[in-house]
Design a binder for this molecule. Structure first.
Ligand SMILES: *Cc1c(COP(=O)(O)O)cnc(C)c1O
Length: 355
């Protein structure tokens, strides 16, 4: 069976060595030594000066929207994982969808201004598949209309834009360290923010609002991650470069051998250093996608329809129609991509798709 992805697992003795440290410390959560050490390692690796590790990649979106959304209208993309939209609704804000660019799959900035109303508080855009949004234009619009910018950068571990970590952009940026993501801690995530005052609010918000054991700065939730998850992150950390380079090899093979007269790849932002996080291909129509999927499934190959359906069509959003996103969602899927995917397996996938 060839799944769309497989979680990278470090050698088990290297994982248990990290877990042993938590046992020796007799400290398994609440910002112990391992979480703080992982944060320091990631700061150096990602070349950033702040990071707060959280228990997943959804809570950071909720905290960002709690602090900046003000229960208002949030301009957002319909082409993302459901967590982006769900976080908006969960925080009693209203998602206002803006259609996407059909080639880069990110929010179409030329449509944003028409969607702004007096109730708009934020733009929440996804750097989908690690491809970067039109950051300059989003910044310009946000400044002009006094809006906050939140980036769902769940797919962006290691991505750079103009030589700088992608997590440096926006008022708040978030990442996911879920088991299916490029770098993972089983469950986990992170939140990034350059403004010190806002960072302070984020910090206490992720720890029940605590100001010491007996006092509270304000409302909070539990966004902390455990030492057991940090142990996984620390054990995987030495392998990050290897993980990225193996994925790069797989993607290069796909790029060289797929027949691109019939399918299309994502158009990457030219100023990006990409992380090879996903390999989406777009078919001419949904029928051709479904037929290919059926053929692959018969050979025990299971790509995923990322992202389907377009988020403006799910029951609780009732968004306006988003023709480009809906059309793309009907024709796109992500091909298997993970460390350990064998050469003959990739060749088989390519052969079936080309046929
Ligand atoms: C994975 C993902 C999330 C949620 O992250 P979790 O760690 O699973 O909570 C949010 N947004 C996008 C775009 C994702 O792919």
């Amino acid at each position: 069976m060839i799944p769309v992805t497989k979680s990278y697992l470090p050698p088990i003795n290297e994982y248990t060595a990290q877990v042993n440290r938590a046992f020796e410390n007799e400290w398994i959560t609440n910002r112990g030594q391992l979480i703080r050490e992982l944060e320091e390692k990631l700061k150096v690796y990602l070349e950033i000066d702040n990071i707060l590790i959280t228990n997943n990649g959804t809570i950071p979106l909720q905290i960002a929207l709690k602090l900046l959304g003000n229960q208002g209208e949030i301009i957002t993309t319909p082409f993302s994982y459901v967590a982006t939209t769900a976080a908006i609704v969960w925080e009693n804000c209203t998602p206002i969808f803006v259609d996407i660019n059909p080639n880069t799959f990110t929010i179409d900035t030329s449509l944003i201004e028409a969607a702004i109303t007096p109730k708009t508080t934020c733009i929440l855009a996804t750097h989908v598949f690690g491809n970067v949004c039109d950051i300059e234009e989003i910044d310009r619009i946000a400044k002009k209309h006094n809006l906050k910018v939140i980036y769902d950068a769940a797919h962006c571990f290691g991505v750079k834009y103009n030589g700088k970590s992608i997590f440096e952009y926006g008022d708040i940026s978030t990442c996911s360290f879920h088991a299916t993501k490029l770098f993972h801690t089983g469950e986990g995530g992170a939140i990034f923010c350059k403004d010190e005052a806002l960072r302070h609010k984020i910090f206490y918000s992720h720890n029940f609002g605590h100001n010491g054991p007996l006092d509270f700065y304000g409302l909070g939730i539990n966004g902390k991650n455990s030492e057991l998850h940090a142990a996984m992150g620390l054990a995987i950390f030495p392998y990050i470069e290897m993980i990225i380079s193996k994925r790069k090899e797989v993607i290069h093979y796909y790029l060289e051998s797929l027949d691109f007269t019939k399918v299309k790849a994502m158009e990457l932002n030219p100023s990006i250093t990409w992380n090879y996080s996903y390999f989406p291909i777009v078919f001419e129509n949904e029928a051709s996608l479904l037929k290919t999927l059926e053929t692959l499934n018969k050979s025990e190959i299971f790509p995923r329809r990322y992202f389907y359906p377009s988020l403006n069509t799910i029951k609780y959003t009732q968004g306006a129609s988003m023709p480009i996103s809906e059309n793309l969602a009907s024709r796109i899927m992500c091909l298997p991509l993970y460390v350990g995917l064998k050469q003959n397996e990739i060749a088989e996938i390519v052969k079936l798709i080309n046929a």
